[in-house]
Design a protein around this ligand. Structure first.
Ligand code: FCB
Length: 484
């Protein structure tokens, strides 16, 4: 029997012995992992974020965040749920660290809730500092490196109310103030910082928001470099959503359109942070609609990161809309670069569809994306900060552990990641999204991304097949490493 058939049989068994959740896992799908392509100190990790995991949204002096307000507004989340409890990591973190320890990961990516640290602007909430101190110390006790994001979408609601959050340049200074508090309190133990998670998704279609976020990033990096980095010896970067854009035909116009799509999506942030200015193509198309960087800004921006955080899940086709007439759609308008994005070509999807509408499986996109970033940004160190696959929550099944699709997804994406690394891409880590099933933003609890299943009534965590697969994958690497 071939491996996929074995998985299918296991899946059927799972339906019969549902609550048992057997973790008998046939050897890794990969036949030929060239482990020598991974550097010795490669970070194997799992990722999370404060709003999706912590819960305790009003405990111990925490202030309200924009997501607390958003999810409590009827109609914003498809199942009407919120992150008030989420997966209760605020209380259950010791148990979650046990799970990480069992996986054998070397790092945990989490974000700090700004509203927990600064419930009212200016006043530090000691209980918030103490929570993250406990989390960081407990991770380090197990040899797990904390990998910290300062903003993973949630910011204090107060900032929204005072000046519209990222819409105002005032956020730059306030973000710097918050970042400084984090570096000062946690930086003696945190060696990996990122300012933002996916600002290119948060700022979609708002050039002003992006401009403020880019400068806010630079403000925090400046503070880190000037006051902390030398003494604390850490690294700082930013995490972008990285969709690989495949030209829909082999015409030159579509090739240029695919490049343009990347300019308007990814290079929009990375070019200013690394080179000090927006991509030339963007400036040409948008003209005075694109905010400008002053000479001072440009100086401050240059080389504004130590590594690039890559969240990569999927790929899209791109069609040129300058020389051909495009149907309306994402990317087609001139403010989006006249490069229409879609996951289908003549009705044929770019890759195997999944339960998540935007996520098609196109593992070769991983190699192409990493190689593209390597070339454009001169092989700046890269870390895969998120990669994973979502499955629909089936309310009729209390537990589903044989997530074969996720194992196949991760295994295939790893193949192509290794290919990119074998060709010289400087990739220093990989984080699976996610440690646990969790609150998936406007999809609520309808989608599950965890290596561990969470029963949302009891909050019980149970390893899925993918947890066993990842554990064996990491262990295999570590064995090799010690043999070198
Ligand atoms: C990413 C987000 C993360 C999670 C995954 C599925 O874009 O950074 O919080 O929602 O998608």
């Amino acid at each position: 029997m071939d491996l996929p058939s074995i998985f299918k049989v296991l899946f059927l068994l799972d339906l019969i012995f549902l609550p048992l959740c057997v973790s008998s896992y046939p050897k890794t799908l990969r036949e030929s992992l060239d482990r020598s392509s991974l550097p010795d100190n490669f970070l194997f990790g799992v990722a999370s974020s404060s709003y999706q995991f912590e819960g305790s949204y009003l405990s111990d002096g925490k202030g309200l965040s924009n997501w607390d307000i958003h999810t409590h507004t009827p109609g914003k989340v498809i199942d009407g749920s919120n992150g008030d409890i989420a997966v209760d990591q605020y209380n259950l973190y010791p148990e979650d660290i046990d799970l990480m320890d069992s996986l054998g990961v070397s790092s945990y990516r989490f974000s700090i809730s700004w509203a927990r640290i600064l419930p009212k602007f200016g006043d530090i909430n000691k209980a918030g500092i103490s929570y993250y101190n406990k989390l960081i110390d407990s991770l380090l006790l197990r040899g797990i490196q904390p990998f910290v994001t300062l903003v993973h979408y949630d910011i204090p609601q107060e900032l929204e109310e005072r000046y519209g959050g990222w819409l105002s340049p005032r956020c730059q200074e306030d973000f710097g103030y918050y970042a400084d508090i984090c570096f000062k309190n946690f930086g003696d133990r945190v060696k990996y910082w990122t300012t933002f998670n996916e600002p290119n998704i948060q700022a979609i279609k708002s050039y002003r928001t992006a401009h403020n976020m880019i400068l806010a990033h630079a403000t925090a990096v400046d503070i880190y470099r000037a006051k902390y980095q030398k003494e604390q010896g850490g690294n700082i970067g930013i995490v972008l959503d990285c969709i690989w854009f495949e030209q829909i035909s082999n015409s030159t116009a579509d090739m240029l359109a695919a490049d343009r799509a990347e300019d308007f999506f990814l290079n929009w942030f990375l070019d200013p942070i690394i080179f000090g200015n927006y991509p030339a193509e963007m400036s040409k198309i948008l003209g005075s609609n694109l905010p400008r960087f002053s000479r001072n800004d440009k100086e401050k921006l240059k080389n504004g990161l130590d590594f690039i955080g890559i969240n990569h899940y999927t790929s899209e086709y791109v069609q040129d809309c300058i020389f051909s007439v495009c149907e309306p759609g994402t990317g087609a308008s001139w403010t989006e670069g006249l490069a229409r994005r879609s996951q289908e070509n003549d009705g044929v999807p770019i890759g195997k569809p999944t339960d998540v509408d935007w996520l098609h499986i196109y593992p070769q996109g991983m190699e192409k994306m990493v190689t593209y970033i390597k070339k454009r940004y001169n092989n700046t160190p890269m870390i895969i900060t998120e990669n994973g696959c979502g499955q629909l929550n089936n309310p009729n099944l209390t537990i589903v552990c044989h997530d074969i699709e996720r194992v196949e997804y991760m295994s295939a994406y790893w193949d192509f990641l290794l290919l990119a690394m074998e060709k010289g891409a400087d990739v220093r880590g990989y984080f699976a999204w996610s440690l646990l099933d969790n609150f998936e933003w406007s999809y609520g609890y309808t989608q599950r991304y965890g290596l561990h299943h969470v029963d949302y009534t009891t909050l019980k965590r149970t390893p899925k097949l993918s947890a066993t697969w990842f554990k064996e994958f990491i262990a295999g690497y570590k064995v090799e490493e010690s043999q070198i």
